[in-house]
Structures are given as structure tokens and as C-alpha cells.
Design a protein around this ligand. Sequence first.
Ligand code: UD1
Length: 419
Amino acid sequence: MEQLVVNGGVSLEGEVVTSGAKNSSVAILPAALMAGSPVTIENLPLIDDIITLKELIQFLGAEVQTNGYGSLTVDPQKANSFEAPYELVSKLRASYYFLGSLLTRFKKAIIPLPGGCPLGPRPMDQHIKGFQALGARVEIRHGCIHMEAEQLNGTEIYLDIVSVGATINLMLASVTAQGKTILENVAKEPEIVDIANFLNAMGADIVGAGTDVIKITGVKKLGGTNHMVIPDRIEAGTFILAAASTNSSVLVKEVIPKHLEAVTAKLKELGVDLDVGEDWIHVNGCSCPKPISIKTFPYPGFPTDLQSVIMPIMTKAKGPSMITENVFEARYKHVDELKRMGANILVEGRTAIIEGGESLSGAPVRATDLRAGAGLIIAGLMAKGETIISGVDHIDRGYENIEEKFNKLGAGIKRITEE
Ligand code: UD1
């Protein structure tokens, strides 16, 4: 297993280019199986989740051609299997998108319950309720979700919880259903809009993505297309927060600033100096951040994925800060790791109080999930001395060349093999 050794006490300088959005890409690849002819996808991030999805698609019989940096062509015409293997599915949460895509393609899907970051219970009841409403029979047997339908029929589905995964999965399952599907109380994340644009370019008829009601009129079939994935707002937010936390000057390029408004608003409250352009954000960190309060919410609220990433800067604020995690039940596993580095944090239910005024010191820590890992890298950059991060496989699932990108900004991060 690999570890990242982060040299602390550094200041970053320079520019970094944002990669394509992980949370779009991980749905677009399974969705490519629904096309009747080849699909080319550009600006895919070079991350482990994409490597796993490519293997899964090939396992299901589709042909995948690599065209160059971040570009793949998926030819789904020879796809011949509706059953995905546990070894690959268990590596990532997003493998649940094969439920929607295979149901549309074969009217059948057998998918083991997915893996992904341990953020507390992550039920799939809203996905399943939606598939059933569209006419699928769903059963869970021997750790696998089995689905089958003679025909999918458009219907009205109201999500009890705003869920990114259920919204996307139900879009995938209803694009060729007979008649009209209305999805209500859906998630509004930019990645959902990106996926709807991708499906519409393949011939689907989806309106309302990005609002809380999506209307889908079933079409007979989908064709091929060429799609450019949007920039990853969470990766961009990670570099923006890294610059802010280390009192550095960094230009983050290839971003859609609108997607980061909840984050830039909080940075301004912290006292961080920001310049925002059309597709870039320049950060000038501050030496003395102010304490702030954050509540995570579905988009356009403050993203839960940046909760662990903003926590390190709060440890040096002049006074106590507060985070309320409203999206996931147990997303504070990074707190114990930050405490090892000298942070003073109290967690009570969904709330964390970060004392502030502390100087972090390097320590051995473990990335318990993808974004926790990103937060620990930032804490390591802020700390005195060396921080050794294990659990790097979590980070590699979702960040492209993370140490390379940070090192180009002047960080000293080494990858070593754990003894
Ligand atoms: C997606 C993102 C993840 C992000 C999260 C919230 C991907 C691959 N992952 O995860 O990075 O942190 O959105 O923005 O895009 N829930 C239910 N029943 C369901 C579905 C969800 O109770 O059927 C609950 C979840 O347990 C959670 C909340 O709803 O508490 C939101 O989850 P959801 O939006 O579905 O997250 P994911 O799609 O898993």
C-alpha cells in the first residue's frame, strides 16, 4: 500500500488546471452503454474510478478506445452482459449507475451492492422505489440487486430525499421508457445538468435538469455523440481551499465559478482575498482567518464533499468555528486524524465545533475516505514537520495526479510504498 509524505509549513504559488468532473464522468461512462453507436467522451479525469469503470464497461462487452489525454470512445454495440462482477463493482459507489443504464439497454441488470466511501449508511431506497415505479421488478439476493422489466413506463416519481445518485439513475432508466416521466424533489447538482446534456445529445428528451423537477419524454432509441465533461468543482474547491489554508497565492484555471459560489462566499467570510474571472479563480490566502459557520446542503448549498477540506483552515481561525453536516450521517471520520495533528475539535451528532487558534503538527494519519484524504493533505501542508498519510487508494479514486499538481505549486509531497 502506498503513502503520501507531506512536508509541512509550505506556501504554494503558481497555477493549477482543474480536471474533468469525477461525479459527471462516473455516470456518463455507464450511460454510454445505452447508445446505439459509438460515444466519445472528452475531459475525463485520470483517476482510479474511471479506470475501474472502463474495465467494467469492457467486461460487459463494450469496446473502449483511448484517444489521448482524457478522451475515450465507447462503442457499446457489442455489449452483451447485464451482470457486473463484485470485484470491480465493490471498488466504487458509482457502479450503481449500471442499474439504470443496463435496465434501459437490456431491461435486466444484476449488480452487486456498490462500494465507495464509508460515510455512514448509504441506502438506495429512492433508486429502488423509482425503478419499481417505472415498472421494474427489484430483488436483493446474495448481495446483488436483480432487476427486470418487460417494459419501462413513464410515471411520476417524488424523491423523499434529495439524492444525486437516485436523480441520475432514474434519468438513465426513463430516457427510453414509454411516455413521460416526471421526477420531483430531485437534486440540482451541475453534474446532473452535464449528464442530462450528454443524454440529450444522444437523442434523449430531458428538460428541467438543474431545477427540482425533471421531465423526461421517452424516445425510441439513443445514438452516439461527442461530449466534453464539465470541470470538477470539488477538485477546484480543494485547490482553492489549499491556497487559502496555506496563506498562498494560486490561480485555479478551468473552473465554472458559478458552481463554487457557496464555497467562495465562505472564503470571503474567512477573510480570504479572491479574484473571480470567467473561468478562473485567483486566491490570495490570509494569515489570520476569521471563525465561520458552515452547514452542508445539496447544491447550491455548501457541498458535503468540501466539508473535510475546509475544516483544516478552521483550526487556525481566531476563535471557534462550526460545521453542521446535513447530507451524510457519519462524515466526521477525519476529525480523529486531525486531532492527531493537534486540532481541537468536538463532534456532537451532526455538528463539529473547531476550537481555532491551533498550530497543527505533522503526524501519521489515515485517509478514511476520498475527501477526508484531501483535507489531510491540506492539514499536512499547514502543519509543522512531516505528515504521513495512508489510505491513499481512497484519494487516487477521485483526484488526478494529486501530488504532482500540488508539487507544481511548490509543495513537497512524496509517494512511498508502505513497509
Ligand atoms: C453523490 C456524490 C458524492 C456526494 C453526494 C452528496 C457521486 C458519485 N457521488 O453521492 O460525492 O458527496 O452525492 O452530494 O456523484 N439517500 C437515501 N436513500 C437513497 C439515496 C440517498 O437515504 O436512495 C441519502 C444518503 O444516505 C445521503 C443523502 O441521501 O444521506 C444524499 O445522498 P446522495 O445524494 O444519493 O449521494 P450519492 O449519490 O451517494
